[in-house]
Design a protein around this ligand. Sequence first.
Ligand code: UDP
Length: 468
Amino acid sequence: MSAAGQHILVYPFPTSGHFIPFLDLTHRLLNRRLTVTVLVTPNNLHLLDPLLTRHASSSLHHLLLPDMDPLPAPNLPARLRRLRDLHYPALLQWFQSLTSPPVAIFSDFFLGWTQSLASELGLRRIVFSPSSSFSYSLNMSLCRESLRIDDPQAEKQTLSFPDIPNSPKYPAYQINSIYRTYKDADPDKEFYRRNWLQNLESWGVVFNTFSDLEAIYIDHLKKEIMGHDRIWAVGPVLGDDGLDTTNRGGSSSVPFQELVAWLDSRDDNSVVYVSFGSHYVLTLKQMDVVASGLEESGVNFVWSVREPKASQVSRDHGVIPDGFEDRVAGKGFLIKGWAPQLAVLRHRAVGAFLTHCGWNSTLEGIAAGVVMLTWPMGADQFTNTKLLVDECGVGIRVGESTQNIPESSTLARMLVESLDGSRAERSQAKMLSEEALNAVNGGTSDNDLGSLVKAINEIKPSTGSNKI
Ligand code: UDP
């Protein structure tokens, strides 16, 4: 092993929820002396800035590859396929041009095709999962069993997964929409499925999770799915250890000090933070209920409101009701655009989080020790809700996508109750937060990170031709 540690290629999937935690993890790998090249596209280049200011140019490099042209409508499988077509040849050429190339490709679980590339180059591939090991297990079941639920009656079915710990059950509408809305013969769906399956051939998998939260699912993956122990739970990675978290994932759309001053003037655990993630845009009905619920509740709140991008504009998208901002003046702080979410959640004044339960938001809420008001919208969010409410006891179910939209008066009551200091969820949230912070401060996640780095440092450089 060289003193500087081995060199790896880190390849995040280019959306906020995938990029942010992978860069936080990269920071930790650099702190442990690995040399890293991060693959970025022009739109994401600026996200590297906080890392570039912290790490020597000899250990952190970037490889800039073009992004694909935008698709006319959101279509994840088609996007993954086009990204493969664009980046596979460019990466192959890049690796072959280097005299001492990276020893491993560490790539997001959406980039299953990098397994073929690693194999062609005789390199190890490590998967990064920005989702829980619970939802990873569910994805593996879905892609292995090639689930057929593309008939109209299927929406009413309940689907059971007896092979996964706790045998979870889901109404069909809570299952990843790709398995429901694409016909089985659709080549994009088949690509998506095979792309997932390629993760099974990887050398190892790294999860942004921690053992106290998900031990049974991590064990299940080791024993039943992967058949080996090279599964590392290193989270929650939250950009600590000297990274500036005020600009995490983008710069704040409001002056940071103004927001902090507003929070400073509030009592402990007296504010609800509201956000539905980096890209979900509320429907008209959802927006009206959230706005009315906040207004009726009278609670203090910070609301990060997402406005639609050009491709998301529809007749159904929500807009902030007329006069709302005046009516909640003094009680509510609206952020239209990017919010410094991590800093807000960590502020002592914030006691609850109305969330869509994206995995990063889930972990950030857990680490901050706030009560979670859950309103999952899609993807892995229903699974994350099960974990928060049923398994950890830190969440309260508020809504479910467009299938179960609460009355505004019900939402108002739940908002008030979430700040009640005597609720069981509050003490539970404090305990879970301690477990999460202990895991990354010398506990299980720190140990797993050490084992991961050790395993990478023990990889023998490729001779270029062997298949792995
Ligand atoms: N985020 C943020 N500011 C925003 C919106 C999102 O900092 O205004 C961050 C949030 O802290 C989290 C990530 O973006 O780290 C969103 O990931 P998540 O998995 O919660 O949801 P997604 O956006 O992928 O649905």
